[in-house]
Design a protein around this ligand. Sequence first.
Ligand code: ATP
Length: 260
Amino acid sequence: MTAESLDTLTPHPTIGIAAATTDLSKVYGSGDTSVVALDRVSIAFREGEFTAIMGPSGSGKSTLMHCAAGLDSFNSGSVRIGTTELGTLNDRQLTQLRRDRIGFIFQAFNLMPTLTALENITLPLTIAGRRPDRQWLDRVVTMVGLSERLDHRPGQLSGGQQQRVAVARALVSRPAIIFGDEPTGNLDSRAGAEVLGFLRDSVRELGQTVVVVTHDPVAAGYADRVVFLADGRLVDEMAHPTPDRVLDRMKAFDARSRTS
Ligand SMILES: Nc1ncnc2c1ncn2[C@@H]1O[C@H](COP(=O)(O)OP(=O)(O)OP(=O)(O)O)[C@@H](O)[C@H]1O
């Protein structure tokens, strides 16, 4: 094969990529007490793909997510959302980008207790001074099964329902990417499965890009691919994961780290 024909097979690096990091490094502290949380991590999150980030405790999962989502600063390398390099933005622009282009789902739901489910879902749009697209809002609310609960406040909803409100809130502004930090960590397995099912539906039916950090092989089984971190480095990747295969891979890492 000629170099020319090879080149035509190589996808353009920005097309179809919702977010990417290149040689991303993050160090906490300085001197003897410094910790390298991320060590030159390069990863791309393709549009319309569901990625799970896994790895042992302290391997850098949350740090990677926070840096990729513009929630945390980094020491070197670069992060982009779509074609926007985060390093070129000032604080105001970064806040705006997070608000308009990124959806967040946290373990602790982070809903406003005094607002109804509907008001919570539309809050990012209200803050941005945008009107909800009624059809889209209806589609999102129906997809997460909240049509009958829109007037309820978070305190009147189960944990699973509250997280579904958070999923709808993340989806409603049609962000370039949704980041979830242990989004099912506070839910029982049934409610967790529902929330993960909705996230997967949003990828399949709405073309949403989703990235979640998780410890749970069952949760990772909902993703299109799993990336594994260890000691701040990307060490492995698995396409079309199943919980059993993910568990086997994690056991293999554990065995290797015990013998090294
Ligand atoms: N604010 C901080 N100050 C100092 N060190 C930190 C800070 N936050 C994280 N670290 C360190 O950076 C490394 C990566 O942490 P991180 O929270 O990203 O890992 P994680 O894989 O998400 O862990 P877990 O699964 O336990 O949540 C760890 O060694 C951690 O102790």
